[in-house]
Design a protein around this ligand. Structure first.
Ligand code: ATP
Ligand code: MG
Length: 393
């Protein structure tokens, strides 16, 4: 592919939208005689007029050379994917050395530490929209893959043959759906066909990477469309069999209503970030409610707290043993407390009480977040939720 360059007058990226420390990191590398660019998600987001979450940097400098330039500001990390972290106070920038991949090999990538040219570094990236370099000192965009045009068209395309690229690293399929949900982009037809053929390969990927992408999407304000796509492409069935019937049921949209509530809450600008346990609880709670409903249908007597606890334990045990990802114990323990506490805050029978006991303040606050979400789904819970909210320390 031919290199296209876009000068300042031909692209909308304004220096003032680039993090000053990211700029200085690139400049320092360039002044030391290396090639260095901003790359990946940040360039894509700047072109889309969005605020990048992070600024990744790509350079010709090898990790040890980066270390020599930044000394104690630099920490070299990673085995599978070796890179440098440059620290400015609490802020960290990832600097990775240009790598060469083999874009034609279908074997699973285990290590990715073969250094290469800047062009090779582009070719080992996942999608054309993610493979642009930005040189801040010349204010130039370097585009080897027609990524600028694809961003303008709103088109998601893999670099190289999609089936080969998905077999090499199946997490790319999840990333494709993530970008589709996040930007509303259209997916290239060849990639759609390849994804259907390769979907079972997802079970060969590193579970920790999948868990991270999923949890990040729950926080992204686009959780509802993302889970819709995950379900439609058969990934929920493979990764989370316990959730599948719930997400795939055309007669019941409660799961997506909860996720829409999550998105509404996370997109409120002044809302503090929701804890991952509350986010996961937003998926598990309606399943528990449905099971309780089925249980109560078969009999006359009311459901006791002891039974609720037992059902919640069984449900979480089922989720943790059947899911492809390994949920950390602490995360599941918090989900358990949050969902069970709902029945203390809003009991199944009798008038609402406002004196339930909690293990800790954190436990109460996490449970309150789920109650807020429930009130978005079911506005009748608004008043009781406000009463509990008034107890917020
Ligand atoms: P986000 O906004 O979610 O961070 P991102 O595109 O920046 O999206 P990162 O995980 O931060 O995603 O990765 C940074 C860059 O590294 C990507 O833009 C892409 O160029 C490259 N990359 C990430 N994951 C892969 C992968 N699985 N295969 C090939 N390239 C990848
Ligand atoms: Mg990123």
């Amino acid at each position: 592919m031919q290199l296209k360059t876009y000068h300042r007058s031909e692209h909308p990226i304004d220096h003032s939208n680039v993090d000053q420390h990211a700029l200085s990191t690139v400049m320092t590398l360039q002044q030391a005689g290396h090639t260095a660019y901003l790359v990946g998600g940040s360039v894509r987001d700047l072109l889309l007029g969005l605020h990048p979450k992070d600024f990744d940097i790509s350079t010709s400098a090898k990790p040890e050379e980066i270390k020599k330039i930044f000394h104690r500001q630099c920490l070299l990390i990673g085995r599978r994917f070796r890179l440098a972290h440059i620290r400015f106070g609490t802020k960290i920038f990832e600097v990775s050395t240009f790598r060469a991949g083999d874009p034609t090999s279908s074997s699973l990538i285990v290590h990715d530490n073969r250094w290469g040219s800047e062009e090779e570094d582009v070719m080992r990236r996942d999608f054309t929209i993610n493979a642009l370099f930005y040189d801040p000192s010349k204010e130039l965009i370097l585009d080897y893959v027609n990524g600028v045009e694809d961003i303008k068209k709103g088109l998601l395309k893999t670099i190289g043959d999609p089936e080969t690229r998905f077999r090499q690293d199946p997490v790319r399929m999840i990333r494709l759906l993530k970008f589709q949900a996040r930007f509303g982009f259209r997916c290239d037809d060849n990639a759609l066909v390849a994804m259907k053929r390769c979907r079972h390969d997802i079970l060969k990927s590193a579970q920790a990477r999948i868990l991270e992408e999923i949890l990040k999407m729950l926080e992204s304000t686009k959780a509802a469309p993302f889970f819709r796509l995950l379900t439609d492409f058969g990934f929920v069935e493979l990764l989370f069999p316990c959730f599948h019937h719930f997400f795939a049921d055309p007669t019941n949209d409660i799961a997506s209503r909860y996720l829409q509530a999550v998105d509404e809450m996370t997109s409120r600008l002044n809302h503090p970030k929701l804890d991952r346990a509350s986010l996961l609880a937003a998926i598990v709670f309606p399943i528990l409610e449905e099971e309780l409903f089925l249980l109560s249908q078969d009999r006359q007597s009311s459901t006791s707290m002891k039974e609720i606890i037992h059902l919640a334990e069984t449900l979480l045990h089922g989720i943790s043993t059947s899911s492809f990802v390994h949920f950390p114990k602490r995360l599941l323990a918090n989900v358990f407390l949050i969902i069970v506490n709902q029945f203390r805050m809003t009991p199944l029978q009798g008038p609402p009480r406002l004196h339930a006991r909690f293990h800790s303040q954190e436990d109460f606050l996490l449970s309150l977040d789920l109650l807020r979400l429930r009130a978005l789904v079911n506005p009748r819970l608004g008043p009781i939720c406000d009463s509990w909210e008034a107890k917020r320390p």
